[in-house]
Design a protein around this ligand. Structure first.
Ligand code: PLP
Length: 392
């Protein structure tokens, strides 16, 4: 990316040679992104990230069909980029079905079929969930939609948010049967603020931004060449030895699950044990507040996340775990661990030893359920300690 911040400053729209250099870099990156998902370069539109890709896919289809009486099918476990877009469209007259998921966080393809109405225009189901890693049956949904079309239904477009699956499992747009697919660079070690929407050739998608004629008149705005170049390089690297790298990460993630299970009592794995991307583990710690655990782990150099969104001082429980039917207590005690190809076994061992100590301490300090309001204030912050010097 570095030369494109300084020496090669051209605008890809400019006709002069500096511009043409930038254009060449843009098109190389487009081919790299396309190659990762089995698409043609012309089917890739660069956008500002996964959020914009989701908005663009859903609003774009609605815009193209320009019928506010249309019906959209999605699930209760989508990323807010999909859910909030669907809710906004509901406010404009569209109707939306939010499908439930099983206790392991997976939607049933047959339920998509049952939800189809004469005016259904779009199905948007994520390929892998960002909190549990659970992989959804996109291929099967694609097949059912194709059957519905054969049986006489107007074409129903299929969008998948593949932000958490691209680069983690093999993704091929052709075999998935999708019309639109969202990707974000920063989930595959690329830069933040850049992503892409795959739009299958022939699929009509309206614009959601208006301006110039960039990206084949689909998404206006001067292209962010350094970010695009970084995204392309990340895609190129993500293709290399994907199955070997992912096997290593899966083994390490399973090792983490086993080790936590053997060292700490009262732990539950959330999400489908087998049908998960290899890098995510979502665990509920009985009798522990996930946010307190997160803070305590952070002080020891371990970065994890909770599904809950801390907004305006109020904690909203994870909509994903809630949709899976977890109890309030299980949702409150949940944490997501994400591993990468750079995570080492020593780091996992360190994380588990810290977890064991911190979970034990928090459980000792835990007041009764009714007393939850005072728990946070009575939580004493542990002294930060040096993180062991482990490789990676
Ligand atoms: N979709 C999913 C499943 C995600 O996990 C994320 C980000 O975490 C997004 C969409 C949004 O992507 P971005 O951060 O690139 O806007």
């Amino acid at each position: 990316m570095l030369p494109y911040f300084s020496d090669q400053m051209g605008n890809a729209q400019s006709v002069h040679s500096f511009g043409q250099e930038a254009r060449a870099a843009l098109e190389t990156a487009r081919r790299q992104v396309a190659a990762l998902i089995g698409a043609a370069a012309a089917e890739i539109v660069f956008v500002s990230g996964g959020t914009e890709a989701d908005n663009f896919a859903i609003r774009g289809v609605c815009e193209a069909l320009s019928d506010r009486t249309g019906h959209i099918i999605t699930t209760r476990i989508e990323h807010p980029a999909v859910l909030a877009t669907a809710e906004a469209l509901e406010g404009q007259g569209y109707s939306v079905t939010y499908l439930p998921v099983s206790s392991s966080g997976v939607v049933e393809a047959a339920q998509v079929l049952q939800a189809i109405r004469p005016n259904t225009i779009l199905v948007s189901v994520m390929q892998a969930n960002n909190e549990t890693g659970a992989i959804q049956p996109i291929q099967e949904i694609g097949r059912l939609l194709a059957d519905a079309h054969m049986a006489g239904h107007e074409r129903i477009y299929l969008h998948t948010d593949a932000v958490q699956s691209v680069g983690k499992v093999p993704v091929d747009v052709g075999s998935l049967g999708v019309d639109l697919l969202s990707i974000s660079a920063h989930k595959i070690h690329g830069p933040k603020g850049i992503g892409a929407l795959y739009i299958k050739k022939g699929v009509r998608v309206g614009k959601i931004l208006f301006g110039g004629h960039h990206e084949r008149d689909r998404r206006p705005g001067t292209e962010n060449i350094p970010a695009v170049v970084g995204f392309g390089a990340a895609c190129e690297l993500a293709r290399l030895n994907l199955s070997d790298r992912m096997k290593r990460i899966r083994d390490l993630r399973d090792y983490l699950d086993r080790k936590v299970g053997s060292c700490i009592e009262g732990v539950k794995t959330n999400g489908h044990p087998g049908l998960r991307v290899p890098n995510i583990s979502n665990l509920s710690f009985q009798g522990v507040d996930g946010e307190s655990l997160l803070i305590a782990l952070d002080l020891k150099g371990i970065a994890v996340s909770t599904g809950s969104a801390c907004s305006s001082g109020s904690l909203e429980p994870s909509h994903v775990l809630t949709a899976m039917g977890l109890s309030r207590e299980e949702v409150r005690g949940s944490l997501r661990f994400s591993l990468s190809q750079y995570t080492t076994r020593e780091e996992v061992d360190y994380a588990v030893s810290v977890l064991e100590e911190v979970v034990g301490r928090l459980r000792e300090m835990a007041p009764d359920e009714e007393d939850m309001g005072t728990r946070r204030s009575s939580f004493s912050v542990p002294t930060p300690e040096a993180v062991p010097n482990v490789e990676g």
